[in-house]
Design a protein around this ligand. Structure first.
Ligand SMILES: Nc1ncnc2c1ncn2[C@@H]1O[C@H](COP(=O)(O)OP(=O)(O)OP(=O)(O)O)[C@@H](O)[C@H]1O
Length: 607
């Protein structure tokens, strides 16, 4: 799946959009963090006071509210030392409280933030067009909704807060340091842009590598997902070795990308450590010179060193945050790519319409890409009739259904139902009136009852059973120990292809749609069951318009009208009797398919 970079302004808007409702947690967390910094900054001052005025003989400089303590500090050195120790303890306790507040608020904020992203993404994906879904791999969509969302969460909830905290800390410490010694503070300050610059260079270099690693992870997920979904094919064709090799190859590429990334990170961290040591060394040397010249007391020197050391780690971590920012930037691009995809939207004038009336395909031309799949296709399906479509593989039969259901939008021509262009229907009203059974039906990992009742939850059991009986699957369901409560899917029973198709037919019948489409949906049942189902459907469908697609002539021959598609064009149109009366594709297929068995079966059906 491609990833276009989205502008930073849009990335910020994206974050702000999902932060709504949880911003107060982050504000409180930040306040706690800043307060913790203040308490942190007071500890070296206690040390300075202890060294200079309790152990040494300097006149203590205390803020006005602490002036009453002065006589106590000067009178009894031991009491003063206890007081200093108690102050350090108190500051540590206060820092602990702030830390606790920061973490609890952050975890609440981050959980509600990430929940909002997941909900937003899921809801958006539900409204993306079918063409978008077919164009993008499921594995990668899942990866973007899980790992990428996680990277964004870590960035917003930990690193972004860390940046604000670090900036506050740098300002606070620099103010204190400048008040203590301006010259030495300038030396400490000079290192900040150097560290910042090296982080910036690093940030630019690493961004592309993170993107490549993420794309490799997407490939790996897709490969694993495909393999697990197609496990039957893998086993049947003995492709285990091939699949393992394919996975290993992708896994190796993924691992080597991360190793290269790790190497780059190590270079950064090693050079950062070197820079920090250099800065500490320079400050110690300059501080000693300042102290020797009497520009600093010993206590001030010690306090300055601890401020400087406390400053070096956050400045470096700023570099790490910047590098993580590049990763988060890539993840925001990838999640943003999904969120930017346009949702299926009805035309402003679209409204719910009744799907009663004739269905007309009027000079329809359509292609998924450059090559047209359907060319100038025109035909009419009278309301209440059974209309069949026959055609070779890839002739465009399913494409007709995709267009009727508006899974894809028409490029040329128009389709009308009862004289109303299907583009004037809201998609919901159109789709709710077209019952669809696909060649490869999908059943949810729920009970058979829930699957059949998917279109009408809460429908009475008798109705479910009668729909299942029409689809000739009721008997098979009742044979399961748990009957209709049998769970299907990975954690339940595995239904045969034919059983799945019949459950899907029952599900569609529950919809009671005025238009019913069977897209090669009896291909997995034997000819006899196919005939039984058709007979039962014939009796129960009433006034519904039925569109029947099949490769099997016996399935189609009773239809009111049969259309033969050839290479995306209408080749023949007429009743079974009309079509076999003249040479053409239909008669050829009929002659090939009609074995003596079929003729016997036809005799049974009385055709
Ligand atoms: N989502 C898609 N994207 C691109 N091409 C597609 C897509 N779906 C179908 N096609 C192509 O369109 C052509 C017609 O496909 P369609 O599924 O309509 O044929 P069909 O007659 O139903 O075939 P079959 O009987 O094998 O199911 C084929 O060449 C197919 O490769």
């Amino acid at each position: 799946m491609e990833t276009q970079s989205i502008p930073w302004r849009e990335k910020v808007q994206l974050i702000v959009r999902f932060l709504r409702g949880s911003i107060h947690y982050f504000v409180v967390a930040l306040l706690c963090a800043c307060l913790g910094m203040v308490f942190n900054a007071l500890t070296p001052q206690v040390i300075r006071l202890t060294v200079d005025s309790i152990l040494g003989a300097e006149q203590p400089s205390l803020p006005a509210f602490l002036q009453p303590l002065l006589p106590l500090l000067q009178a009894q050195k031991l009491h003063a030392l206890w007081l200093a120790a108690a102050a350090v303890l108190l500051l540590a306790l206060l820092r602990g409280f702030c830390n606790y507040g920061q973490r609890t608020q952050l975890s609440r904020g981050s959980e509600s933030f990430v929940k909002r992203i997941r909900d937003g993404l899921y809801d958006h994906i539900q409204h993306l067009s079918f063409s978008w879904h077919t164009a993008h791999s499921t594995g990668e969509i899942i990866q973007r909704c899980t790992s990428d969302v996680d990277v964004i969460r870590t960035f917003v909830c930990n690193q972004l807060v860390e940046v604000v905290r670090t900036v506050f800390l740098i300002i606070l410490y620099l103010v204190i340091m400048f008040r203590m010694n301006v010259r030495l503070s300038f030396v400490a300050l000079a290192f900040i842009p150097i560290v910042g610059l090296s982080s910036g260079v690093f940030y630019r270099r690493i961004s592309g590598r993170f993107q490549a690693a993420d794309e490799a992870e997407g490939d790996l997920t897709t490969c694993a997902q495909e393999n697990l979904t197609g496990v039957r094919v893998v086993r049947a064709f003995g492709r285990e070795r091939f699949e393992t090799d394919r996975f290993c190859e992708k896994n190796e590429k993924f691992a080597s990308l991360w190793i290269r990334l790790g190497r780059l990170l190590s270079v950064y961290w090693a050079s950062g450590t070197l820079l920090t040591c250099l800065q500490v060394m320079v400050i110690i040397v300059c501080g000693i010179v300042e102290s020797v010249h009497g520009n600093m007391t010993l206590g001030e020197f010690l306090a300055f060193i601890s401020y400087n050391e406390a400053l070096s780690w956050p400045v470096r971590s700023l570099g790490r945050v910047l590098s993580d920012m590049s990763k988060a930037g890539v993840s925001l691009d990838r999640v943003g790519y999904i969120l930017r995809a346009p949702e299926e939207k009805d035309a402003p004038e679209a409204a719910p319409h009744s799907a009663a009336g004739d269905i007309v395909f009027d000079h329809v031309t359509f292609g998924y890409g450059e090559t047209p799949v359907l060319q100038d296709v025109s035909f009419t399906i009278p309301q209440g009739s059974t209309f069949a479509i026959l055609g070779g593989t890839g002739s465009g039969k399913s494409t007709l259904v995709h267009l009727l259901d508006r899974l894809y939008d028409l490029q040329e021509g128009r389709i009308t139902i009862g004289g109303v262009d299907i583009r004037s229907f809201t998609r919901e009203s159109l789709r709710s009136q077209i019952g669809l059974v696909l060649q490869e039906p999908f059943l949810f990992s729920q009970t058979i009852r829930e699957n059949i009742a998917a279109t009408r939850p809460g429908a009475p059991q008798e109705e479910l059973r009668s729909a299942a009986a029409i689809a000739c699957v009721d008997e098979a369901i009742c044979e399961f120990p748990e009957g209709y409560e049998t769970l299907v899917g990975e954690r339940g029973v595995t239904l045969s292809g034919g059983q799945k198709q019949r459950v899907a037919i029952a599900r569609m019948l529950m919809q009671r749609a005025p238009i019913m489409v069977f897209d090669d949906s009896l291909s997995a049942v034997d000819a006899e069951t196919d005939a039984k189902i058709r007979a039962a459907l014939h009796e129960s469908l009433g006034k519904a318009t039925v569109l029947l697609i099949s490769h099997r002539v016996t399935t189609l021959m009773q239809a009111d009208c049969i259309l033969v598609l050839d290479g995306g064009r209408v080749s023949e149109l007429g009743t079974h009797a009309e079509l076999i009366a003249k040479p053409g594709i239909y008669r050829d297929i009929y002659d090939i398919q009609m074995s003596s068995d079929d003729r016997r079966l036809l005799g049974k059906e009385g055709v």
